[in-house]
Design a protein. Structure first.
Length: 206
């Protein structure tokens, strides 16, 4: 019988950090949870740590008993090569094969890719083109399922070109800012709901 909190042990470092805060998680870091249920994917950090919202969200999910790993992309900033070039974002986002393998080894991915809709919808498309997984999108600006569908991304409402699909959206998540408790509650609720749907679907296939 388990009493009290569930212990989750994680290793959050890829290697020795640089300068002050040496050893803190950096780009390319993967913190693996005990079970491959959920992985939270963050853009590359601008400073030496996992982007603030992802850190808080992951802590909240773990605290609510959801086994959650964290992956900080090595080249998560900018936009993919096939995104419309509107200026002001010269860096190119890309995915490494090991990152594809890590994400694909989970049941559900939580994607946090910034504030600008014209940027993050194409980042999501890049990932879900390559990974057949259900995804919850965390973003600042409001976005609807149909806006993903218009660029060929499958959603819970419509099958499109991508093998992966968007199954949930939580807007109002600001990069580098703390996440309000009502948003944390919304994320936990949607993650639990989507995990339950995935598990029910897997049971039907057996």
């Amino acid at each position: 019988m388990a009493v009290g909190r569930e212990t989750q042990v994680l290793a959050c470092r890829k290697g020795q950090g640089l300068g002050l805060g040496g050893g803190i998680a950096q780009r390319g870091t993967f913190a693996k949870a005990w079970k491959n249920d959920v992985v939270a994917v963050a853009m590359s950090p601008g400073t030496r740590h996992v982007p603030k919202p992802v850190c808080e969200i992951t802590t909240e999910l773990r605290g609510k008993g959801v086994s959650t790993g964290v992956l900080v992309l090595n080249a998560g900033n900018g936009t993919p090569r096939d995104a419309p070039r509107t200026g002001g974002h010269g860096s190119i986002m890309g995915l490494e094969q090991k990152e594809i393998d890590i994400i694909g080894g989970h049941k559900l991915v939580v994607l946090h890719h910034g504030n600008v809709k014209e940027h993050f919808i194409y980042k999501v498309r890049l990932e879900l083109k390559r990974i057949p997984i259900s995804a919850i999108i965390l973003c600042q600006s409001p976005v609807e399922f149909v806006e993903f569908e218009q660029i060929g991304v499958s959603t819970r409402n419509k099958e499109c070109e991508t093998p992966g699909k968007v199954v949930g959206i939580v807007s109002g998540i600001v990069r580098r800012e703390s996440v309000p408790q009502d948003k944390l509650d919304e994320i936990v609720s949607k993650v639990r709901m989507c995990l339950r749907e995935i598990e029910e679907s897997e049971e039907k296939k057996v």
